[in-house]
Design a protein around this ligand. Sequence first.
Ligand SMILES: Nc1ncnc2c1ncn2[C@@H]1O[C@H](COP(=O)(O)OP(=O)(O)O)[C@@H](O)[C@H]1O
Ligand SMILES: [Mg+2]
Length: 265
Amino acid sequence: MYDTKRVESIVGQDDIKISARKVQVYYGDKHAIKDVDVDILDKTVTAFIGPSGCGKSTFLRCINRMNDTIPIARIEGQIKLDGEDIYDKRVDPVQLRARVGMVFQKPNPFPKSIYDNVAYGARIHGLARNKAELDEIIEKSLRGAALWNEVKDRLNEPGTGLSGGQQQRLCIARAVATSPEVLLMDEPCSALDPIATGQVEELIDQLRQEFSVVIVTHSMQQAARVSQKTAFFHLGNLVEYGDTDDIFTKPRDTRTEAYISGRIG
Ligand SMILES: Nc1ncnc2c1ncn2[C@@H]1O[C@H](COP(=O)(O)OP(=O)(O)O)[C@@H](O)[C@H]1O
Ligand SMILES: [Mg+2]
């Protein structure tokens, strides 16, 4: 099992963005996440890998309280963001989700213009005092999502009219517009072709200059390409966590070894 104390002594507390301790998730009677401890670092891409149904999406959703929206889901344990308990009664989940943004498997732009898609969160959270400031946020976010040049002349056209890869980058721009500290991505490339996948992967590498990125992927090649840290989940347990290179070249647990060599999953 992965030793969080050892990691803290190596990286120092300052680099830890999210720390999870003894996290359990139940869906009714089903125990979907079992006693997960992990520290997720700032300005780092962390990949969650493991066989289908092992709990990757469930654990990801704990980090911005998206499981709150699933009535039968129950969470125990502790998750801290910059040392603050995100499940504290005083934390507003809507505010939390501006700090911890999320991008889903299928691009899900709103049936609104490209501009309004990106402006959505900035408007809810009152991040701009006037149109000029909002315009600035839109441009910066679209540039940040490597989409500006493709859409700058058609900001008033519907977001749903873009290609799949462009729609996913629009969703990334929408998440980036609230200046999040963490971006959660649940299989963000699974609906994209290889070219669009490459563009999103390149973007992920740029995003980590500014914040912490956590990506769920069923592709070990993708995990190896984009992440510096990897967590391997199996049957609701976090089996192994470490440097991505180490996980893929010298896994310590036989379950990790079996998964990366294609024997399970
Ligand atoms: N909304 C839900 N209601 C009931 N069970 C769920 C729900 N979401 C996931 N599960 C169950 O929890 C387990 C983990 O699922 P999930 O987190 O989606 O895995 P992964 O993302 O690794 O494929 C699975 O057994 C799945 O069937
Ligand atoms: Mg999933």
